[in-house]
Design a protein around this ligand. Sequence first.
Ligand code: ZN
Length: 641
Amino acid sequence: MRLRVPALWLFAGSVLLAMAAGAAAQTPAPMPAAIAEPQDRPYPGVIRLAVDASDVARHIFRVRETIPVESGALTLLYPKWGPGNHAPVGRIDSLAGLIIRADGKRVEWTRDTVDTYAFHLTVPAGVRSLDLEFQFLSATDDAQGRIVATPEMLNLQWLSVVLYPAGYFARQITVEPSVQLPDEWQFATALEIESTAGATTAFKQVSLEVLIDSPMFAGRHVKRVDLDPSGPVPVRLNVFADRADLLEAKPEYLDAHRALVTQAYRLFNSHHYDHYDFLLALSDRLGFIGLEHHRSSENATVATYFTEWDKNPGARELLPHEFTHSWNGKFRRPADLWTPNFNVPMRDSLLWVYEGQTQYWGYVLAARSGLVTKQQALDQLAYTAAIFSHRPGREWKSLQDTTNDPIVTARRPIPWRSWQRGEDYYAEGELVWIDADTIIRELSNGQKSLDDFARAFFSVDDGEWLTPKTYMFEDVVAALNAVQPYDWAAFLRARLDAHDGPPLDGVARGGYKLTYTDTASDYFKKLEAQRKYADFTFSLGFNVGRENKLSDVLWGGRAQAAGLTVGTQLIAVNGEAYEKDRLIALMKAAKTDNAPLEFIVKNGSRYSTVRIDYHDGPRYPHLTRDEAVPARLDQILAPRQ
Ligand SMILES: [Zn+2]
């Protein structure tokens, strides 16, 4: 429909326009010239990159870089888009002290005013190389970002310590890296050593793409374990810990990690690396990370991973997840996530495969390898199923739309997670793939499963790793159809675009029902302890974190209705200081009592009293066997022979 405009208005309007023209109407200022698009052509010469990572006391990485150049205009880029992060995570704000010289003379640079990761300069005539120096000032406090250096260990990510020329594919730029570490420290990385001199190690030349895919962990207390002595290529577990005693691991724990490799090979029937190095930090101080690479993965978890094994089952899906990524994500990669360099934007539309199916295989492989027990796996799935049964945000935001979340939210804290949603394509993606797996098992009478999809989809070009094989939605559908004919496109779209009820079909077809009791599972309690929170989401609708402050409040839940928000501090319940177990006891008592629970809460300096009229008792999720349905989930979780 068009708006009808009276003729007189048109006349008046044209007079005004003429007046505006006479006063020289404002026009937009021109944008800077576009930065050269990456081309698939070799960058002439080799970049020498020397990183001094020895200043762990001050968390400063000092970089010297020599870049071969020709005279004329040049643009240098600081990596912005992090592979595996699916987001513009490059910390350009942490780059400082950039001084560029040619033959000892200073060459001034100017930063692009639109793309602040780009530095423009003019190389003087006759100059053949530039000498750069700068620092990466990594976080010294959690509030500034992830801690990557401690007195005991460090995590060097090349993405943070390199500038590279615009106009070339990353695989066409050759780099000769070297690192200086604190004295006596050991390191692990997928890179291969060229030479060692004291605390400085030079590595063999690699492309910029491989360099950034090959981070380093280094530290004082190190243990290395060969996980696959008789396998096709080496797979090593490189453990770095805050203290030497934290490295002690019982043989059966290491056997479970060995079984992870065996079970992954039985699942994927291939490998896409020439060697693989798990980098594993057991630390209370190094910032958490789980980041995949072709030939390694960066993993940081609880310091007591080995020494308090029974307390930390929730920490043991990390390695299976990141290992799976060598197949799903690194080698097979969504076409819109493969980018020619680190400054071309990534698009995340297929993260429900990249991360969602990896979440599923990580979950399955943790159980198949014995890293977690079957009961722990069932309890973990119950928790996931319960979370997505309490996800009101599904009403407006589809699972598909959550794939934009790494860019939209960038893992910043948010006030209403259940309504805004987060990176739900991980865990809700896991539920989609259980759904798909159990459908295949049902339709094929147990003859086929999602294992067959994994074998077909990820085993192509066995042994290859340098050249990722990309795919699109249609390729996933075709591969599913080759395993078990079905309308997979409609199946996937229905789940990706859904706004309806909880996504529990896979759990039901797996032979289980989601139920709630007033007692938390052992797994649930341990996860609460590990993550230092108390989860009342499924009853009162909140989660209590550090300092007894609410770390999550369920949208539409009882706590929200009572006016509580994230950040509210629980002071007292029914007149006594808040404690998790005391609240649980009061909730149980309130089942046979008409009085509401009365909370004293604190927001800033303001105390107030809040009543929640709740009488259904504590509610904790469990999976209960449904004997009417084959126990497909049990089959999925059983180790492959
Ligand atoms: Zn992942």
